[in-house]
Design a protein around this ligand. Structure first.
Ligand SMILES: O=P(O)(O)O[C@H]1O[C@H](CO)[C@@H](O)[C@H]1O
Ligand SMILES: [Mn+2]
Ligand SMILES: [Mn+2]
Length: 392
């Protein structure tokens, strides 16, 4: 039974795209800047798969001799107008977002806030663009004293609600997110509502792994729908199901972090089914990219690298492993938001040729189209399959 395992290293870009200046992201290079700022940075397993041989990746310092490669490789350019998680994942799955999701750099409109406050029966505080770890320190005392939830946004189309779970229990936080989700459509359109629970430990506020994303549904069927529509499994790991609002997903598990994401992927691979395992590893982005912590980022890449032999060891004969990203988040760039970058693509499998450079793909959708091609399901509207040049 054929399967594709696609792992998204959330935000691991490999260099600024040609239009990066329009996004304020000239010179961004997530992989290179994480590597440069991490002592003893070593990624032998990703190198074997071809990461260092991708055009421009890591400033050329991780190139392997072609005969040492076990995987094939390339890089993908984002065709959509945006650099957020939804836009990136949806493009991978075959959807082009030409009208960017609406953002609220100056906070959400007063009429929305009033209606939201009425619906949840409480005032809110915040309502500006902020880093999530900073705003809970800045407004945490007031939130904990009054019970008013903290709301904030970023350069992305997000309405984030942060709360201490001793003040607003987790289930209630999820409920108020769903209330916001219902309101944030039409003239108040917003890509995602995100629950940001935290606890106070030894006087410090720490976010928990119970984050939940409430996205809008994709506007048309994606490769996930085509695969599940053909009766095959679509096994979503991490926040994948949230990103697609459950559309096309047949089974989903949330994770507590990158290593749990790897564990869950290996456990899914051990089960007997044909179809698609789609994993998002969000720690790169949320714990290190947005926090502008390059050495934390570098260590997270190394930690993932060290798990690759296990992942590869769990592969069955007809499994294909693909590793990519959804946008950049250069940990030394100004600000605290994503960066417009090429994403890497590595492909490995017993029936896949090694050492082939599939070049620069002009859309992330080539990845989804190739998956549709391999699994023999309906094509997505966008992208070109690169399977032909890779099958043994
Ligand atoms: O600063 P934190 O709360 O991590 O939020 C970040 O995470 C959001 C979703 O990935 C991004 O839009 C960015 O705002
Ligand atoms: Mn992302
Ligand atoms: Mn992010």
């Amino acid at each position: 039974m054929k399967r594709v395992i696609l792992m998204v290293m959330d935000s691991m870009g490999v260099g600024a795209e040609p239009d990066a200046d329009k996004y304020g992201d000239l010179g961004a290079d997530t992989l290179l800047h994480a590597a440069e700022n991490t002592d003893n940075f070593a990624i032998p397993n990703l190198q074997k798969l071809g990461l260092g041989n991708i055009q421009g990746a890591g400033g050329g310092r991780f190139v392997f001799a072609p005969e040492k490669l076990t995987g094939s490789y390339g890089r993908m350019q984002e065709m959509s107008r945006g650099k957020d998680t939804i836009t990136g994942h949806w493009e991978i799955a075959g959807i082009e977002t030409m009208t960017p999701f609406k953002t609220y750099p100056d906070g959400f409109p007063a009429e929305f806030i009033e209606e939201f406050q009425r619906d949840i029966g409480s005032e809110v505080i915040g309502n500006y663009a902020a880093s999530g770890t900073v705003i809970i320190e800045d407004l945490g005392d007031e939130h904990e004293a009054t019970g008013k939830p903290i709301v904030y946004t970023s350069a992305d189309s997000v309405f984030q609600i942060a709360a201490n779970t001793d003040v607003i229990p987790l289930e209630r936080l999820y409920e108020i997110c769903k209330i916001a989700r219902k309101l944030l459509v039409g003239k108040w359109a917003c890509g995602r509502v995100i629950a940001r629970p935290y606890v106070k430990k030894d006087g410090k506020r720490v976010r928990t792994t119970d984050r939940r994303d409430y996205a809008v549904s994709p506007p048309e069927p994606t490769v996930l729908d085509h695969i599940s529509g053909a009766g095959q499994t679509v096994y979503a790991i991490g926040k994948i199901s949230d990103i697609f609002n459950g559309q096309g997903v047949t089974k989903s598990v949330h994770t507590t972090g990158n290593m749990d994401g790897v564990d869950q992927t290996i456990s899914a691979m051990g089960q007997d089914f044909g179809g698609f395992i789609f994993t998002n590893l969000v720690d790169f982005d949320s714990l290190y990219g947005h926090r502008r912590d390059p050495s934390g980022y570098g260590h997270a890449i190394m930690d993932y690298d060290s798990r690759l032999p296990e992942i590869i060891g769990a592969m069955k004969d007809e499994d294909i492993l693909m590793i990519t990203a959804d946008h950049g988040n250069d940990p030394v760039h100004s600000g605290f938001d994503h960066t417009r970058e090429y994403v890497p693509l590595m492909i490995y499998g017993k029936n896949i040729r090694a050492g082939v450079d599939i070049g620069t793909r002009h859309t992330f959708a080539d990845c989804g189209q190739t998956i549709a091609d391999y699994l023999g399901v309906y094509e997505t509207r966008m992208g070109e399959s690169f399977l032909g040049g890779l099958l043994k």
